[in-house]
Write a protein that binds this ligand. Sequence first.
Ligand code: GLC
Length: 520
Amino acid sequence: MSESVETKKLTKGVRATVKKNVPKTAVEILMNEKPLDPVYETEGQVCGQTKILFVASEARPFIATGGLADVIGSLPQALAKNPAYDIRVVLPLYSDIKPDQRRKLSFMGNIYTPLAWRNQYCGVFTCVENGVTYYFIDNEYYFKRPGCYGYYDDGERFAFFSRSVMEILPFVGFYPDVLHCHDWQAALAAIYLKTVYNNKPEYQKIKALFTIHNIEYQGKYSLDLLEELFGIPSEYGYYLEYNGCLNLMKGAIEVSERFSTVSPTYAQEIKTAQYAHGLDPIIRRNEQKLTGILNGIDVDSYNCETDKALFANYSTDDFSGKAICKSELQKMLGLPEKDVPIIAMITRLVSHKGLELVKAGIENVLHEDLQFVLLGTGDAAYESFFKDLAMRYEGKVSANIAFNGDLSRKIYSGADIFLMPSISEPCGLSQMIASRYATVPVVRETGGLYDSIKPYGAGGNGFTFASCNPYDMLYVIHEAIDLYKNKSAWIELMKKALNTDFSWSCSASEYAKLYEETLA
Ligand code: GLC
C-alpha cells in the first residue's frame, strides 16, 4: 500500500535519548516558574512530560479543506514549544496528500484493526515537524479517494480511523495522558477509549478531551449500526443514542472528561436551541465540563511583512506596499485601478456564512463608488448569484468561484474591508487573517467573531453588527466606507487591526490549563 511513500523501517517509538529540563507542569513553565532537576528519557519519552495525542481528520500542511486544518496545523506546534509537553498528532493517510508532503513520511510497519466482524489492514507512517510527531493511518480501501469527506461510508471510514488510533498505541509505544479528539470524525476515538478499551490498564489512565469546531456536523447514523458497523457492545448504546439515531458527537461529549469549543461566546451559544442543531439539552446537561477557547492563527505564515504570495510586502510603519497589492489585485481581476474601497469576502458559499444578508443587501452598497471581490465555492445557488452579480456590475464586482490559497492571500492584502456577516461562526479565522494584512473586518457579533473583533466606535479593531438583518449590516458597511474617506483615521484603524494579537500564545496557555483540568 502507498508505494509512493519512501519505506524506511523505524524501530517502534524510538527517538534519540536526550536529557531535558522538565518543569513540574505545563502551566508552571508558562508562569516562568523555575524548572525542576533534569529528567531522563525512557523508551522514546521524557519522564514528566505531559503526553497529548491529537486525533483529527485534517491538518496543514498535509491536507486541508477548512479551518480545522489550520488549527490542527498550528496549535500542536505552538504547544510543542513548551518542553513540558510531548505533542503528537494522528491523521488518515488520504491519497490527496501531495507528493511533497508524502515524501517526508517513513513507514513504521502495519497492524490489523478489528472493526466489528472486519479485520482491516492498518499501515502506520510517521514524520516529525517543528517538534510534533505525526502518525498517519494508511488503508487504501478507505482513504485512496479524492477529497476527505462526502462518501456513503464516511461512518465506517472514520470508525476505522478512530479504532486504529486505539490499536496503534502499543505499536508506536505511546500512551498519551490526554487523547484530544476533534469534531465528529474523531469522536469515536474517545468513545472507543471509554468503552471497548476501558478494561485495559494502559488505556484506563488516558483522559479524553473532545473539541467541537462546528456543532452542525454531528455524525448521525442509524441505531442498528452500533454493533454491526462500529463494533460497540449494546450495553454502551446509551452514550450514543439520541433522538432515534446514533450521534457520535453526543457520544464523545458524554464519555469525555472535558469538552471544549473554539471560542468563549460559541460555548455559550451552543447551550441554546438557536445554535446547537438539536444538541442543546446535551450541552446544558454537561456544561460543567465545557470550556470555550478562542483559536489563534499561524502569525508567521500570515505576515504582511514577509508573505511571498503578496505583490509587495508592508508593515505598520509603511503601508505603501499595500497600495501596490491593491492596484495589482485590481489589474489581475480586471477591475479599474482606482482608489475606491475594496470590500472582500473569502468564504465557503453556504447559508450560515450570512449569504442571505449579502444577497439582500449588497446591491445597495454597489451604488457607491467601491469594488466588491468574492472568492469561494459552495452551494450552486450562491455561486450563480455571485456570477450573475459580476456580470451585471462589470468593473465593480469580481466573483472568483474557486478555492485558491495564493489568490486568497492576494485578496486579503489587496482589499480594504473584509466582510464576514456569519449567522453562526464557532471561531472564524478569516477575520483574523484579514486583520494581519491590515484589512478591516466587518462582522456579525456571533461566536468567535464577537470575541475577536470589537466595534470601532468603542475603540475597537473593526465594525460589528448584532442582529441577522441586512439593514444593520448595511449600516456598518456604510460606516466603514465613510471612515475610509478619512485617510488618517483609516490608517489608525488599519494599524489597530494589524496590531491585534491573534497568535496562539494566549490560547496555548488556556489549553495548558484545560489539559490540567482534564487530568485532574
Ligand atoms: C470550523 C468553524 C470555524 C472555526 C474552525 C476552526 O471550520 O466553522 O468557525 O474557525 O472550525 O476551529
